[in-house]
Design a protein around this ligand. Structure first.
Ligand code: FDA
Length: 402
């Protein structure tokens, strides 16, 4: 009774973002009849704004260790079957100019639009059909397959792929759709929370640091204890409201409310030793001595915050005081009171519990034909192109399996 439907398909992919377009292209090129639906008017808004408009489209050093998940082994299969080099070959085939920024992060030279055009061209090769500005009212499983009810018609499909991402940046169309579908089909969800997000601090405690807004420096940053401790060496940026920059974004994915973060502002320097050794050789004041290592504005702020007189000559200071100050600088402990939330988060941590899915195909174990890919799944990458690599790899895994 196919004619009661607007059309029938082998696959309907819901979400025309990174993972959805990749999955659709692979399934379409594999000979499947594919429809992609999205409630947004434009394709892949997140690719468009990613990497400051240049899309950090993969990371050459991506391994499963760069991903967070309650089930850290889950991502291994898909990541090993579609690697950064595979995506890079595609980028080269389309003659998209790119460069490595640092630490294996690959960016477009020109624009993120190049990646969107490439994915669209790949979808065209697979003869993908599109329904944009098309919200989904309901998905039902019937004996004939999945019925997808939308504002633009009622479609029948053998397979449905949920690629609607996470909750970050609602302004450009993020919704909780993937979690709603998961709940509808009785799947567990790992609690979603904002990740790769600036952290915030109590306003009175932060007042001493506000004048440092704009300062950026490379630090070691850590959170957690013992075997749960994680450390990143990245740039830290002081802002008017708190801290940001790659160091904070990275640690935010691991930070739990109530936990402290610790920052070594001078990771390459044994500061206490240098200060004590300089007592016999240097006539400098404390502030002048430290200004050789750290931005002067930061030194002033730290000395005020920790009640040290910067005008005292280091030669006149007790070793104990110098050690105390060094400890404050190399182990600056802060208690964030929260984060800037989904409005600013680059990704959502958590999502559909991977124990519900096949790691080879991304299909729901107890519901054949239903797939979840990309950020909707409880696999979250570090900052630096890892999240797109997961989107491509999980999209390919599902697209090939269907
Ligand atoms: P994605 O969010 O891309 O796509 C989901 C699609 O589903 C969207 O098109 C949306 O409109 C649609 N949708 C949502 N709800 C729907 C509904 N109810 N009905 C129909 N359609 C619906 N990562 C990286 O590796 N390198 C980078 O440079 C960056 N940079 C970056 C910058 C910023 C500002 C952000 C916010 C994020 C990044 N990221 C990133 C993260 C990266 O963008 C993200 O992990 C991927 O886009 C996830 O791909 P998905 O396809 O899973 O979701």
């Amino acid at each position: 009774m196919a004619d009661e439907f607007t059309s029938t398909y082998d696959v309907i992919v819901i979400g025309a973002g990174a993972a959805g377009m990749m999955c659709a292209a692979v399934a379409g090129q594999g000979g499947k009849k594919v429809l992609v639906l999205d409630h947004a008017a434009k394709l892949a808004e997140k690719i468009r704004i990613s990497g400051g408009g240049r899309c950090n489209f993969t990371n050459l050093h991506a391994t499963p260790a760069n991903f967070l998940s309650e089930n850290p082994h889950f991502c291994k299969s898909a990541l090993s079957r579609y690697t950064p080099q595979d995506f890079l070959s595609l980028v080269k085939r389309y003659h998209i100019a790119f460069h490595e920024k640092h630490k294996g992060q690959l960016f477009c030279d020109e624009s993120a639009e190049d990646i969107i055009r490439m994915l669209k061209a790949e979808c065209d090769l697979g003869r993908i059909q599109w329904r944009m500005s098309c919200g989904v009212d309901e998905i039902q499983k019937s004996e004939q397959g999945f019925i997808v009810q939308t504002a633009q018609g009622r479609f029948l499909t053998a397979n449905v792929v949920i690629a609607t991402g996470g909750l970050s940046i609602p302004k450009i169309g993020a919704t909780d759709f993937s979690y709603r579908v998961a709940r509808q089909f009785g799947l567990k969800i790992v609690e979603p929370r904002p990740a790769l997000v600036p952290l915030t601090f109590d306003a009175p405690g932060w007042a001493a640091f506000v004048p440092m807004a704009g300062i950026s420096l490379e630090v070691d940053i850590e959170t957690g204890e013992k075997k749960n401790k994680i450390v990143f060496r990245e740039d830290l940026l002081f802002t008017h409201r708190g801290l940001s920059g790659p160091a904070i974004l990275q640690i935010s994915s691991y930070w739990q409310p109530g936990q402290s973060i610790r920052i070594n502002l001078l990771p390459e320097v044994a500061l206490a030793d240098e200060l004590i050794a300089a007592k016999t050789t240097s006539k400098k004041t404390l502030a002048n001595f430290l200004a050789a290592y750290l931005p002067a504005r930061l030194v002033d702020g730290l000395l005020v915050a920790y009640e040290f007189d910067g005008s005292v000559k280091i030669a006149d200071m007790q070793d104990k005081r110098l050690r105390l100050l060094s400890e404050k600088i190399s182990r600056w402990e802060l208690l964030p009171n929260g984060s800037e939330g989904y409005r600013k988060a680059e990704v959502t941590r958590g999502g559909v519990d991977t124990r519900e899915l096949s790691q080879q195909t991304m299909m729901v174990n107890k519901c054949p034909g239903l797939y979840f890919i990309g950020e909707a799944v409880d696999v979250t990458g570090w900052l630096g192109g890892f999240n797109f690599q997961w989107a491509w790899a999980s999209g390919v895994a599902a697209g090939k399996a269907i």
